[in-house]
Ligand binder design. Structure first.
Ligand SMILES: [Zn+2]
Ligand SMILES: [Zn+2]
Length: 321
């Protein structure tokens, strides 16, 4: 089979992704072999290719938003970021398996979906309907699920004012989920195309800064410099949730300007399977408008370069030929 792997991590211009020929992997006990139809492109894949996240094993295929069919049964499934947890630690037992110290991740601890086939533990894949385009389902698997968790973590009150910083794949799905719940959404983005998309999806504003104090905010852009102004834009008692796995350093905070009046800064760390199931149930019952930028499988490196340069509007997806 063909697979893209991270050779030597570095800037996209240095060509960290390599297209290779490999044996189709063999599923182990409790695993399924999945023939990939489409794989969403996530900013985490870019962090792995560029070395912002340390590789956990050499020459690993990234990709954790896989839609495909189980070879043995023909069942349509999704393979997402959370690949396994121990099931016995204090976090797993408390329903916080996203914090399991022994958790593993698709495309980081094991080969992911930038390949024609992938293996995954059966207990961690999600059933998906067979009649929807794979390219529209793929972004739900990380952009959608992580955004859903971030929305829960930012404690948005009913009908509240939500700021969304960075308007890419996850933000465009999260904004729709929030608006469906009655939130007033303000998008903050540098990209004209993203601002336009935000307004089309029902945002109340899209610009350089929110026009009113916010009850809650989610930071999707991996830019620590945005944390102080995002905290400052919160109303009293507001919460800022940082959605990404990687963030550049946060500059010094001023207690009075950025935190006092019970403003809260918190992270979002992966997701539990319960988050995944809850989000997918919602998204399949009330499908969001998924704006995709499709790329042929052979152009995965171009997809990541475009993501690095903020040239993707909505969610980039690799489509198998
Ligand atoms: Zn992701
Ligand atoms: Zn555990």
């Amino acid at each position: 089979m063909r697979a893209w792997v991270v050779g030597r991590p570095g800037p996209m211009a240095s060509g960290p992704l390599e297209l290779v020929e490999r044996e189709v992997p063999e599923p182990g006990p409790g695993e399924v072999l999945v023939k990939v139809e489409a794989c969403g492109v996530c900013r985490t894949d870019l962090h792995l290719a560029e070395g912002d996240l340390e590789p956990r094993r050499p020459r690993t295929a990234p990709g954790h938003q896989v839609v495909g069919r189980v070879v043995a049964t023909g069942e349509r499934v999704g393979v997402a970021w959370l690949r396994s947890t121990c099931g016995t630690c204090r976090y797993c037992l408390r329903g916080m398996e996203n914090l399991c110290p022994r958790s593993t991740y698709t495309g980081w601890d094991a080969d992911g979906g930038y390949a024609e086939y992938v293996v995954a533990p059966a207990d961690y894949v999600y059933p998906l309907p067979g009649d929807r385009p794979a390219g529209e389902l793929a972004p739900l698997l990380c952009a959608g699920i992580i955004g859903y968790r971030a929305l829960a973590r930012c404690d948005l009150p009913p009908g509240g004012r939500l700021g969304i910083y960075g308007f890419g794949a996850s933000a465009h799905l999260t904004a729709q989920a929030a608006i469906a719940q009655g939130a007033v959404v303000h998008a903050v983005s540098r990209s004209a195309a993203s601002r336009e998309l935000a307004m089309e999806l029902g945002a109340a504003s899209a610009g350089d800064r929110p026009p009113e104090p916010l009850d809650a905010a989610i930071l999707f852009a991996p830019v620590g410099d945005l944390v102080p102004p995002a905290l400052e834009a919160l109303d009293r008692g507001g919460t800022l949730a940082v959605a990404g796995i990687h963030l550049t350093d946060i500059p010094a905070l001023n207690y009075e300007r950025h935190l006092f009046q019970e403003r809260t800064l918190r992270s979002v760390t992966a997701n539990t399977r319960a988050d995944g199931r809850a989000y997918l149930e919602l998204a399949l019952a009330h499908p969001p408008r998924v704006t995709t930028a499709p790329y042929p499988f052979a152009e995965a490196d171009r997809a990541l370069s475009d993501l690095a340069a903020d040239r993707v509007n909505g969610a980039a997806v690799l489509i198998m030929g």
